[in-house]
Ligand binder design. Structure first.
Ligand SMILES: [Zn+2]
Length: 416
């Protein structure tokens, strides 16, 4: 499974190391039935203690919008119940969700909101162009992939995709093999174009075709409704490279994603993203790719001359060491030393072009500055964090003033 948002430094470390004296604030009472708008949904999980579930394992008729099919629920005894919910109008291929009924209930207003939203438009998505830019090609020995069919500018979001499958993280462990395969098969059959999912590359060779497709191609994502696997059929065609020319921009709700260019891409060039965290040296990268996707990477970085590769690995190992030193310094509350290490990391990531990793570095720098009483510096790092998030992670164009205020609020109330 791919990581939707690769986390670098551990915020848990910061939470325990920098805010031990801040009293926990009680959660506000959950007083919302399924939220009325997406902002509310993203900030307050819906309460199901006071609101009835619109659907459930005993549902015997078609549920209300946005779901278009009768739920199909698991019967594995002693395990969490998972139900299949489907919504044909979502995107161009429809959406099938396999999750607890509570998850479907919480996600319903998001789907409705997406249906009425202008998000996949050039005015609401970051640097989006709607002119087709890619085509699927066969790459001998590597399955299918995407190539550019026109010049693509650095920073451009040139491909958009809606999720076709969303599967609760525990489904693969909680539900028995036969029932799991049947539910996944039905989930795909309910899509507008089942072949768009069934035809994707598979890392394994087992009989559970759809399960293998989901395991090979999904992003692991932490949505407001919990941890899920999300499959985007078009984006699944993008192959891996350890120094890729493209990256993913995700909508906040996690159900729409775009592919954007790190740099200018020429027609005929293969589009690549990284399936794994960017900063790892060659042995770690190859081990992860073999374990999760069953291939040995032959990307331009991995096949570069031994002297180039070993220099690159030495730099990445050095950065890993600096990261460990930064975490140790934070744990010891030696904040000046932590600042020094974090600035070395920042410079290393800039030199290596590892831009997406800077978002986490700036968050940690802001938190450390705040803890040192350097509030102006902290706000400056928060601005840079949002710059990196917007440039290298998020699809929507947001309200910067409002978002910066929320970020500062989180520094004032750590642990929230
Ligand atoms: Zn590689």
């Amino acid at each position: 499974m791919r990581l939707l948002v690769p986390f670098y430094l551990s915020y848990a470390v910061l939470a325990t190391a920098l805010s031990p004296d801040v009293p926990e604030q009680a959660e506000p009472p959950a007083d919302t039935c399924p939220p009325k708008n997406i902002t509310a949904l993203l900030t307050n999980a819906a309460s199901h203690t006071t609101c009835p579930l619109p659907t459930g394992p005993s549902a015997s008729r078609k549920p209300g919008a946005p779901w278009t099919h009768t739920p199909l629920c698991s019967t594995t005894s002693g395990a969490q119940t998972y139900c299949l919910f489907s919504s044909t109008p979502f995107g161009t291929n429809g959406l099938s969700l396999i999750a607890a009924p509570e998850t479907a209930s919480s996600l319903a207003p998001v789907l409705t909101q997406i249906h009425h939203s202008s998000l996949p438009s050039p005015s609401s998505a970051r640097n989006l162009t709607l002119e087709p830019a890619t085509a699927v090609r066969d790459f001998p020995g590597r399955g299918k992939g995407l190539v550019a069919t026109r010049p693509i500018r650095g920073g451009e979001t040139f491909l958009l995709d809606h999720a076709s499958l969303v599967v609760g993280a525990g489904f693969f462990e909680d539900v028995g093999d036969a029932e799991r395969a049947a539910m996944l098969g039905e989930a795909v059959d309910r899509l507008v174009e089942p072949a768009a999912v069934r035809g994707l590359d598979r890392a394994g060779g087992g009989g559970d075709v759809v399960g293998d497709v989901v395991r090979t191609n999904s992003f692991r994502s932490k949505l407001d409704v919990g941890n899920v696997f999300v499959l985007f059929p078009l984006i699944s065609r993008v192959n891996h490279a350890c120094k890729p020319n493209a990256f993913i921009r995700h909508a906040s709700h996690g159900l729409i994603a775009g592919v954007a260019a790190f740099r200018d891409i020429m027609p005929g060039e293969e589009i690549t993203i990284s399936y794994i965290p960017l900063q790892q040296p060659t042995p770690s990268r190859q081990a992860l790719l073999r374990k999760n996707w069953n291939f040995t990477c032959t990307c331009p970085l991995c096949t570069s001359p031994p002297s180039t590769l070993s220099a690159n690995d030495a730099l990445r190992r050095k950065l890993q060491g600096v990261e460990a030193d930064a975490i140790s310094a934070i744990r010891a509350r030696d904040l000046p030393a932590a600042m020094d290490n974090l600035r070395v990391l920042e410079a290393g990531f800039v030199a290596e072009g590892l831009w997406p990793l800077l978002q986490d570095i700036y968050q940690v720098l802001a938190t450390v500055c705040w803890a040192m009483g350097k509030r102006e510096d902290a706000v400056g790092y928060l601005q840079r964090k949002l710059d990196m998030r917007d440039g290298y992670g998020r699809l929507e164009v947001g309200d910067r003033g409002l978002e910066l205020g929320e970020e500062i609020g989180r520094l004032e109330r750590p642990g929230r």
